[in-house]
Write a protein that binds this ligand. Structure first.
Ligand SMILES: [Zn+2]
Length: 603
């Protein structure tokens, strides 16, 4: 089977082509203005006409966004970045509909803290693209839920609405005085009674309009609060407990009391509540510089002692002058353990403490809440680290133990389907030295299988010889065996031989709520394996990517597709021929799987 471009993805894309062809053949709807084609293959030909018989005039890369001009059966006519235009196969792109008119037109998002993550999508499960610092300003494009889409210098990103202030994009001279109501992201309160229905899971109530004011309480999703006044994006509301306070306008929905019955907001998951709770630490940091000397009659932290109790274990001992209780939770990407100590102020604790340890890089502390006091500690964990929190010494000593878990037992009785890519008449990609992808993927999968079986996992191979197995049959095997996870092993290829590196893929998602939790688990599994592969193979870290690959789409369980290296890169092809590299790859995959199961067990 000859091909011009050896591509690991080819047989996966054939599966896609079949689906796209079925859906699109014979149709030729008028193109809506503003549709975007997002390239779903690693290197996709752009041709001067709608079909493979036309010449190649350019190539588009994975993730490129091209404006759609026209369509002919399953080919799209697109604008190119060089100003020209060409045709691209419909089964190699995802078509995105034009967005509704930008909700945030004319607004600017101003970041309220340092190291604020800008993500690829509206939620903490999306990867971090870049970070911004306090006072950074970005034009607002739109908002979804509590998340705000912003224009970056190049491209776009998403930031959490509770970590930014929204301002109108007007010259400073034309803005009203600060204490007058200003045009707002949430619309004007205007005349007539309004209620604010809380849309965030847990939202801070502050003593004034802005995150620099103290938190005086919290309200929860669905609470209806009578609106008393408005200042910029902030609303002054009556509290259910009596009294009043200020809430951020982007965390509530404004309702007219007279004309609309109040509907509680729905659709928040428990996960988002945990994330929001964690990110509130950022929100609260700006009040850390408050003078705590007024708190002398309340409890405080006396000391925090750090001890490396074993080579892969570090124990933190926090002593307080009064009995405390605590609440702890875990945040991923990056991994953090958050411990809220109830009943004490931070005292002399440093805001940031660097730690020399294999498990924790630093500990941040802050005065998370006053009246009653809560001290928040955020432990920045190294990858795969586990933790235990306990109280002793008449509840005046809090022990935080962090350790690298022994993976024994993590795999026991887990059903793991390994899918060595390609096989039979399909060699997959072929390296410059003649190495065939199908041979390497089977070799490494067999090594992975041996290691997993030694740990008492139940391994099912989608193929265990050089045979032709369809993509549908591979996921059928996983679905019928009710596998815990599906791991597809591939080697990447690119027309540019200088390109190398390690990538993990998860499915791009179909937007259904059932798919969301599977995707989240797939993402955790992929990150866990990617981390270990990058650590042990030492190749370029291309990261965890999303793609609409058939085996990721049709499997019912957490599923990942690993591209260990580039066979088209001469140096990496040589590595793929060595036992040492193949063993390292197998061990890394096994370790990543074990860490994933271990985290799931203790989560
Ligand atoms: Zn492949």
């Amino acid at each position: 089977m000859k091909r011009k471009t050896p591509s690991c993805l080819l047989s996966i894309l054939i599966g896609l082509a079949f689906l796209a062809g079925t859906l699109l053949s014979g149709t030729n709807p008028a193109r809506a203005a503003g549709e975007t084609a997002v390239v779903a293959g690693t290197s996709v030909n752009v041709r001067n006409g709608p079909g493979t018989s036309y010449g190649v005039i350019a190539r588009a890369n994975l993730g490129d966004q091209l404006t759609v001009l026209d369509q002919s059966t399953d080919w799209y006519n697109v604008s190119l970045s060089n100003g020209g235009q060409g045709w691209i196969a419909g089964w190699l792109v995802d078509i995105q509909q034009p967005k509704a008119a930008a909700a945030g037109a004319g607004l600017v998002a101003v970041l309220n803290g340092n190291d604020i993550n800008v993500r690829g999508g509206p939620g903490t499960s999306y990867g971090v693209i870049t970070q911004g610092g306090s006072g950074d300003r970005f034009p607002v494009l739109e908002s979804t839920g509590d998340w705000v889409k912003i224009q970056l210098n190049s491209g776009t990103g998403w930031v959490a609405g509770w970590l930014v202030s929204l301002e109108t994009a007007q010259p400073a001279a034309s803005q009203p005085a600060a204490d007058e109501p200003t045009p707002s992201a949430v619309g004007s309160v205007g005349s007539g009674a309004k209620v604010a229905v809380v849309s965030g899971s847990v939202v801070n109530v502050r003593s004034g309009p802005g995150t620099s004011n103290a938190v005086v309480g919290t309200v929860t999703q669905g609470n209806s609060l009578q609106v008393l006044s408005q200042s910029s994006d902030w609303l002054q509301v009556s509290l259910p407990t009596g009294g009043n306070g200020w809430v951020a306008g982007w965390l509530v929905a404004l309702k007219d009391v007279v004309s609309e019955p109040v509907q509680p907001a729905t659709g928040q998951t428990d996960d988002s509540e945990v994330s929001r709770g964690g990110d509130r630490s950022d929100d609260s940091r700006d009040s850390d510089d408050d003078n705590d000397s007024n708190d002398s009659d309340t409890g405080r932290v006396l000391s925090m002692n750090v001890q490396n109790t074993a080579s892969d274990q570090t124990t933190f001992t926090i002593r307080t002058d009064t009995p405390v209780s605590y609440n702890s939770f875990f945040l991923s990407n990056p991994d953090r353990l958050v411990v809220d100590i109830q009943g004490v102020a931070p005292g002399e604790l440093p805001q940031t403490k660097e730690v020399s340890s294999k498990t924790v890089s630093k500990v941040r502390s802050g005065h998370f809440q006053k009246n009653p006091d809560v001290t928040r500690l955020v432990f920045e964990l190294c990858s795969g680290v586990q933790s235990e929190v306990s109280l002793s010494g008449s509840n005046k000593t809090l022990i935080v133990d962090t350790y690298i878990p022994k993976l024994d037992g993590a795999y026991k009785n887990k059903i793991i389907v390994l899918d060595p890519g390609h096989g039979g008449p399909d060699p997959g990609a072929i390296g410059p030295g003649g190495t065939q992808e199908k041979t390497v993927t089977l070799d490494i999968a067999k090594r992975v299988s041996k290691l997993l079986e030694a740990q008492e996992a139940k391994v099912v191979m989608a193929r265990s010889a050089d045979t032709d197995v369809s993509l549908a049959a591979r996921t059928d095997i996983a679905n019928k065996n009710k596998a815990d996870i599906f791991v597809s092993i591939h080697i990447n290829a690119h027309t540019d031989p200088s390109i190398g590196g390690t990538t993990s893929y998860i499915h791009s998602g179909n937007g259904s709520s059932g798919e969301a939790s599977r995707l989240q688990e797939s993402d955790k599994l992929a990150r866990s394996i990617q981390t270990e592969m990058v650590k042990s193979l030492g190749l370029r870290d291309i990261g965890v990517k999303q793609a609409n690959f058939a085996v990721l789409r049709t499997s019912n369980m957490p599923a990942v597709l690993l591209e260990l290296a580039f066979i088209s890169n001469q140096a990496e092809e040589k590595l793929l021929q060595t036992d040492s590299f193949k063993n390292k790859a197998a061990e890394a995959i096994v370790k990543g799987i074990g860490t994933y199961f271990m985290q799931k067990k203790t989560a």
